[in-house]
Design a protein around this ligand. Structure first.
Ligand SMILES: *Cc1c(COP(=O)(O)O)cnc(C)c1O
Length: 392
């Protein structure tokens, strides 16, 4: 099928929930892709932070297909080995104690929200149930996670939303702590707000809120859906903030390209869920977990040092490019702030035409390259970016 037919079928048969870019991808290898007409692209998106090891990583494909040809699904009424290994690896890399597997970031966040409320309900009764999230956050598209998302544009049409979410201003320590009154059970935050515009939180802010929460038995929930699994230069981004959260959600990069989400429980919360408190038909799927195990096996200290190095390299090169005001982020999650008069959408279109795939996050150009991107691919992508910006 040629690109034109694919786009026509999409317009006719796929619900118009996405504003897609005019590119029909056909195949990829690591951070390089080709469209239906054979045109080549360098990928600075990883399918929104999902393809941590790029496209068609041989070891990952082998691990997944081996599991597929053995047992593709078991359901959670039986035991299976891959999810137990994946969970053990996550716990060992994060200091968390237990894992519940779901299938997406939003589902992982549904899990942390339910766990936080049950923890507090059991200990303090039904009134202590408010969750303080941050303005400008993004936590997903289900009803509860939309309710937890601190952006008004997401709070339309679908009323009534889930009650008792409040929003604090990120990096406003005093204001946030003032909101942590007797009915609050948890605070929820992304260490770098992703969809909200690649906005890193201040270390002092996170630590102060964490310390206050610890002292008052308010749970700290960290949404690592976008920042997790090596993206920030550490396995989880919170590991650079001198804290140990009570609940963590992760998803995107964990599966390396297959749908997975995970709720991570800390010492206080590890026994919150009992039988039938939560569940998922697909959660912990053996093939998906085989992929996650392969991904996590690659992400050792040396790998993460490379991520940090490549992130710094990108940051240094991009901050010198034309029309760039600043570059922010952590590791290989970067936001490029443009000079006035240049929109992120306009830059994305120009880059795509010239063979570089990027994302936007509000006014910023957002970059999430595969963590395995080679120096050659990186330089090729950066050269496209430099020339494109210079000619705008
Ligand atoms: C993408 C994202 C989600 C939602 O994940 P889905 O898999 O799309 O449901 C939640 N939180 C953050 C921080 C994200 O970046």
């Amino acid at each position: 099928m040629n690109a034109k037919t694919v786009m026509e079928n999409d317009a006719k048969y796929i619900a118009h929930a996405y504003a897609r870019n005019p590119l029909v991808l056909e195949k990829g290898k690591n951070a390089t892709a080709w469209d239906a007409d054979g045109k080549k692209y360098i990928d600075f998106t990883s399918g929104i932070g999902v393809n941590a090891l790029g496209w068609a990583n041989e070891g990952w494909v082998e691990a997944v297909t081996k599991q597929l040809s053995t047992l593709q699904h078991t359901s959670n009424v039986f035991y299976s080995e891959p999810c137990t290994i994946a969970a053990k690896m996550i716990c060992e890399k994060s200091g968390m104690k237990k894992v519940f597997f779901a299938n997406s970031g939003a589902e992982a966040n549904e899990g942390v929200i339910k766990a936080a409320r049950k923890y507090s309900f059991t200990k303090y009764g039904p009134q202590r149930r408010t969750i303080v999230a941050l303005e400008n956050s993004f936590h997903g598209r289900t009803m509860a996670t939309l309710s937890a998302t601190g952006q008004d544009v997401f709070h339309q049409y679908f009323f009534p939303f889930v009650e008792d979410f409040k929003f604090a201003k990120a990096n406003d320590t005093e204001g946030t702590i003032a909101m942590l009154t007797g009915e609050v059970c948890a605070v929820m935050m992304e260490m770098v707000q992703g969809e909200g515009g690649v906005m890193p939180l201040d270390k002092e802010y996170v630590k102060a809120v964490y310390d206050y929460c610890q002292a008052h038995d308010i749970l700290l929930i960290v949404d690592e859906v976008q920042t997790g699994i090596g993206r920030s230069g550490t396995f989880f981004s919170y590991q650079q903030f001198d804290i140990q959260p009570d609940l963590v959600s992760c998803a995107k990069g964990l599966g390396g390209g297959l749908p997975i989400g995970a709720v991570l429980f800390g010492e206080k919360t590890e026994d919150v869920f009992g039988p039938s408190d939560h569940g998922s038909t697909f959660g912990g799927n053996p093939a998906v977990c085989a992929g996650a195990i392969y991904v996590m096996n690659q992400i050792d200290d040396a790998f993460m040092a490379e991520v940090a190095k490549k992130g710094n390299y990108m940051r240094e090169k991009i901050s010198k490019m034309a029309h760039v005001k600043s570059v922010v982020g952590m590791g290989m999650m970067l936001g490029v702030e443009l000079e006035e008069g240049y929109t992120s959408k306009q830059v994305l279109s120009a880059l795509l035409q010239n063979g570089l795939m990027v994302l936007t996050a509000k006014a910023k150009v957002r970059l999430l390259p595969p963590l395995t991107i080679t120096q050659e691919e990186l330089d090729e992508g950066l050269a496209i970016m430099e020339q494109t910006l210079a000619n705008m």
